[in-house]
Each structure stands twice: as C-alpha cells, then as structure tokens.
Design a protein around this ligand. Structure first.
Ligand code: NI
Length: 141
C-alpha cells in the first residue's frame, strides 16, 4: 500500500533573474523585466508530498506537526521575506528561477526523517508551477 500525504505552505520572497554566464544584453533579452536590477517579489506556494506506510498505532503516514516543523526550519524560515539572490548561499552563483528554487527546496527537505519525500511542487504565480521528484535512484547528483 502506497499512500501519499501532501501539504501546502506559503512564503514570500524576492529575486532577480540574472545569469553570470550571460552578457548584460542577453540577460535583458532572456529575462525581460525579471532582470530589473532591484528585483521583484512573489508569493510562492509550495506543496510537499511524502509517502510511507500508515502507522497502525497512529493511523498516520507522518504527523503533520512534524512535517510542519521540518518545512518551517528548512525552508520557510530561511526563505520567507528574503532576497533569494543574496540571502540564500545556493543562489549566489545559480539563477533563482522557480525551477532552481524547486530543486533547492527538494534537496533541503529530502532528509525528512519520518517519511519519504516524493515530490515538491512550487507555484510562482497561479499560472505557472514546477514539480521536482528528485534524481532517479542510482544517478549521480
Ligand atoms: Ni520572478
């Protein structure tokens, strides 16, 4: 029996899309107004899905309060109301697109001790979202 538990969280953060691997003009062309020097913000919605057996004693895959505490510590506290480019070390060299942010959140949550992390889905706006399920087993990261 495989059962998944999914829970949604919200945080607000700002970023600037700018790649050090591209020139000024190319950055402007590719990222448009998202390349504006002073950044812009999003209200991100992140959905975290974990799986595991249902504990016969509790009837639960994992206690939501344990998941909440872990997500708060690993993602919400470090990211909420932050400028991702400067305040999250992983984005000093890597462009904080929602793709990269989704992968970073997955990597931060993969150590959840109470259940197996299956998926992180990140909504940047109500119109676009990204989903990451980790690298296939056996592939190098
Ligand atoms: Ni943006």
């Amino acid at each position: 029996m495989k059962l998944q538990l999914a829970r949604r969280y919200c945080f607000a953060a700002s970023h600037r899309l700018h790649s050090a691997q591209l020139g000024e003009e190319e950055n402007k062309r590719i990222y448009g107004k998202c390349n504006n020097p002073y950044g812009h913000g999003h209200n991100y919605v992140v959905e975290v899905a974990v799986s595991g057996p249902v504990d016969p004693a509790t009837g639960m895959i994992a206690n939501l309060s344990d998941l909440d505490a872990f997500v708060t510590c690993e993602v919400l506290e470090p990211f909420d109301h932050k400028y991702l480019n400067e305040e999250i070390p992983e984005f000093r060299e890597r462009v904080p697109t929602t793709e990269n942010l989704c992968i970073e959140i997955f990597n931060r949550l993969r150590g959840f001790p109470r259940a197996r992390l299956e998926r992180v889905r990140l909504e940047e706006t109500s119109l676009n979202s990204f989903e990451y399920t980790g690298e296939p087993a056996g592939s190098s990261r």
